[in-house]
Design a protein around this ligand. Structure first.
Ligand code: R5P
Length: 293
């Protein structure tokens, strides 16, 4: 088995290679002057099962998706026996249904494109809705990084902290964190206007007075959800407010807005490499890849 080091996830792929002891294949990449992507595998894949590690987070997620497809095609043409894509953040996963008349289902289009490029199997992490993967015409699986994020806070001395999800649909995230943190868990309620994107959050009778609260979510995009939640928690008398997410997209000044709203620390994973990616997915991914060998 070989690990192909996607340009968007070089460090993570190197860690996976080190933990699995599977050889690494580096990838030369460039953007042509007209904006088109180019990749070339710098190693032999003939007869190998290969794992391409490539996240598809912003910025330039469309380009990263194309790089992934081009690497899969190159691996196929190079004679790889099986091509598995490890895509920690799968772009377009939130458009998993037709919300308004006239829309498509973007994530299904992406899945068809990846299959056509030569991908046999996909592994992702905390996809927004697990049921999305059932629509794919090839094996696809999502792993959870929530226990790793919760462990980060245990290691910092916050065993017993309150695990909070910002909406009911993400309650499973708070429950997973609770199994590691050992404190209470709960959720806020959130509704979104599909035309304006504006959200409204409410407490649903939550009591977090004097508690250390960790808000956990799958994605932080603009930070609006966390800002709203942090304000509610401060009003309720929470002692400390932290937040953690698997995919810290941090669009615009999201990080500053959350800190200004009273969040003491923001923690993410290397699904999205950046200032808050303090928890690596390498161990989680390596275990899964080794189990599949
Ligand atoms: C949506 O339901 C997701 O789970 C996140 O809560 C959402 O994507 C966060 O977006 P933002 O940071 O823009 O509020």
């Amino acid at each position: 088995m070989k690990v192909i080091c996607g340009p968007a996830s070089r460090e993570l792929a190197e860690r996976v290679s080190a933990l699995t002891c599977f050889g690494i294949i580096s990838v030369a990449s460039k953007i042509f002057p007209d904006g088109e992507s180019y990749v070339r595998l710098e190693g032999d894949v003939k007869g190998e099962n290969v794992v391409i590690v490539q996240t598809t987070c912003p910025p330039a997620q469309d380009g990263k998706l194309l790089q992934l497809a081009f690497m899969a095609d190159a691996a196929r043409r190079g004679g790889a026996r099986k091509v598995t894509a490890v895509v920690p953040y799968l772009a377009y996963a939130r458009q998993d249904k037709t919300f308004l008349t006239g829309e498509g289902v973007s994530v299904e289009t992406i899945a068809r494109m990846l299959k056509a490029a030569g991908i046999d199997e996909l592994i992702t992490v905390n996809i927004h809705s697990e049921s999305t993967l059932k629509q794919f015409s090839f094996p696809a699986k999502t792993l959870s990084a929530i226990p790793l994020l919760a462990q980060y806070f245990v290691d910092k001395g916050f065993k017993g902290a309150f695990a909070l999800s910002p909406d009911k649909g993400a309650m499973y995230i708070a429950q997973q964190a609770q199994t590691v943190l050992g404190g209470e868990c709960g959720h806020l309620s959130k509704s979104r206007d599909r035309y304006t994107g504006q959200t409204v959050q409410t407490t649903d009778g939550l009591n977090v007075k004097n508690q250390t609260v960790i808000i956990l979510d799958d994605i932080i995009s603009t930070g609006g959800t966390i800002v709203g939640a942090a304000k509610i928690l401060r009003e309720q008398g929470a002692k400390h407010v932290f937040c953690a997410c698997v995919h810290g997209l941090l669009i615009g000044d999201a990080e500053k807005r959350m800190l200004d709203a009273g969040v003491e620390e923001i923690v993410g994973t290397d699904s999205v490499p950046g200032s808050i990616s303090k928890v690596s997915l390498a161990s989680l991914l390596s275990e899964e890849i080794k189990a599949q060998k």
